[in-house]
Design a binder for this molecule. Structure first.
Ligand SMILES: [Zn+2]
Length: 122
């Protein structure tokens, strides 16, 4: 298996794309004869597949281009940083609230020196 060295037709989509890379599997079969734009008939007997067909085939078995995974990984890393900053801000807020609450709970409630008098209201 190697990269195809010449521009050829894809054995899967039967297209000829100059901007695509093609993989030559060094395998041969009795492929179709297609009509080209110049009304020339071309036999596709070499198993040479374009990168787009390979990508689509790979997706069927759970393979994804490394560039897509790198982009997704970078996006997840940025989202993680944002969540970590948000978590730090929330932890600081919780700490402040705990300090404030501890001031109220640490003050002892003083009992009055004597029982309060109840005054009858007329
Ligand atoms: Zn193709």
């Amino acid at each position: 298996m190697k990269l195809a060295s010449s521009i050829t037709y894809c054995a899967s989509c039967h297209g000829q794309y100059l901007d695509r890379k093609h993989v030559d599997f060094d395998a041969y079969y009795d492929g179709p004869v297609i009509d080209t734009a110049g009304d020339i008939k071309v036999s596709i007997d070499d198993l040479i597949i374009c990168d787009e067909c390979l990508k689509n085939a790979g997706a069927l078995v759970g393979l994804f281009p490394a560039e897509d995974l790198k982009t997704e990984n970078q996006e997840l890393g940025e989202a993680l940083e944002a969540h970590e900053e948000h978590a730090k801000a929330l932890e600081a807020l919780i700490s402040d609230m705990e300090n404030t609450l501890s001031k109220f709970t640490s003050e002892k409630i003083q009992r009055p020196a004597r029982r309060p008098r109840f005054v009858e209201v007329t």
